[in-house]
Design a protein around this ligand. Structure first.
Ligand code: SF4
Length: 388
């Protein structure tokens, strides 16, 4: 009997500890109730981990010693690992963050006058393959879990804080515009976004957290039922023929279908004055002509929105060119004359490949797209007589 017990102890699997980093209040309430603890422990833990940045249970002094001991044995707050950190001449910071399984994603902080925006990734790579985006060319590995998404915020906030009065480069806004399509990773993104806005965690207002989508319409239709985060849509073209080329997802969910869904999202929000942000990457001689600006103005007539114009940022292997300054200002002026708030996003962090559309990380691609892209790139350079 004694030897049988010994055998069991030798072969019994080591239980993996539960990672509490990505759990929102509801998940933590369920977790603590299962332990026989009261609900308020969830809010206590959120404050320790996210508001105070404490991940060692021993330091969580408003919890009993027995509970802390139990947490230390069965749970953990496991952060993603920062592999490298680069800082641009303009103050932009890019972290390369290693995820479970070895791939890496990128997180970027962009300091501006009076605000600091953190651009967070939601997937390792992206399946959507927009033709102007470096991430799309990396292929796809997997969705990030909620801990890996909120972990990017934890890391940046620990370094920079959230209060501009304390640090001129604090994180005041978060945008899900990094690697990946957030609405294809719906549950994890919603859990993380609601943590960003939770008063015991980071406490950002809904106007300071923005989710950007290329237009996954069924998921967008569900989004307003679970969060009231600010919404941006990546439009990039004033008609379906062009958008089909730039954003292949458009063939499944065309522009009118996407704009209808965006308006339904706005209708669900309690504050009826809110607008969506329309993102439009300006590419030389592709979508930057005056008639295209007028077409865009007409298209958006019934959609409460502001328009953010983003000069295309070249990346290795891309065949597009950056918009000319004259075309860019003419495009903006036409939109403004039509009554829109239209702004040009300044290019930041280009010297460290952290600008919009340049994020690539290190994706162990499971789609073979990156390989096909590399082969096509080598082939086209060979045809042009350029060394690969
Ligand atoms: S632009 Fe966004 S949705 Fe399109 S490929 Fe890049 S990361 Fe994916």
């Amino acid at each position: 009997m004694a030897s049988q017990q010994l055998d069991n102890s030798v072969t019994s699997p080591v239980l993996e500890k539960v990672n509490l980093l990505g759990m929102g209040e509801d998940s933590l309430v369920a977790y603590f109730e299962e332990l026989g603890e009261r609900k308020f422990r969830a809010r206590q833990l959120l404050k320790w981990i996210h508001a105070r940045g404490v991940i060692d249970f021993d330091q969580m002094t408003d919890m009993s010693k027995a509970l802390r001991q139990h947490l230390s044995e069965t749970a953990e707050v496991r952060l993603p690992e920062v592999v490298s950190r680069h800082e641009s001449a303009d103050g932009t910071i890019k972290w390369l963050i290693k995820t479970r399984g070895g791939s890496s994603v990128e997180t970027v902080f962009i300091p501006e006058k009076g605000r600091g925006t953190l651009c967070v990734s939601s997937q390792i790579g992206c399946t959507l393959d927009c033709s102007f985006c470096a991430t799309g060319k990396q292929g796809f590995n997997r969705d990030l879990d909620a801990a890996e998404i909120i972990g990017q915020v934890w890391i940046a906030v620990r370094e920079l804080g959230t209060d501009l009065a304390e640090n001129a480069r604090a994180v005041t806004n978060v945008v899900l515009m990094g690697m990946g399509e957030p609405l294809l990773n719906f549950d994890n993104v919603v859990e993380a976004v609601n943590l960003m806005m939770h008063d015991c965690a980071y406490g950002y207002s809904k106007r300071r957290v923005t989710l950007s989508t290329a237009g996954v319409v069924p998921a967008l239709d569900r989004l307003g039922d679970v969060t009231d985060v600010s919404l941006a849509i990546s439009l990039h073209a004033p008609n379906d023929a062009l958008r089909d080329q730039l954003v292949p997802l458009n063939r499944k969910y065309p522009i009118t279908c996407l704009l209808d869904s965006a308006r339904r999202y706005l209708d669900k929000l309690p504050d009826q004055r809110r607008k969506i942000t329309v993102e439009y990457t300006l590419i030389d001689k592709v979508n930057d002509r005056p008639e295209q600006a007028r077409e865009l103005a007409a298209l958006l007539r019934n959609t409460p929105c502001k328009i953010n114009l983003i000069p295309f940022n070249p990346f290795p292997g891309s065949h597009y060119r950056r918009v000319g300054k004259g075309a860019m200002y003419r495009f903006r002026d036409i939109l403004q004359e039509a009554g829109y708030t239209a702004t040009i996003r300044s290019t930041r962090g280009e010297d460290i490949a952290a600008a919009c559309g340049q994020l690539a990380g290190a994706v162990n691609d499971r789609t073979r797209r990156s390989q096909r892209y590399r082969e096509a790139r080598v082939e086209s350079r060979a045809v042009k007589g350029i060394e690969a």
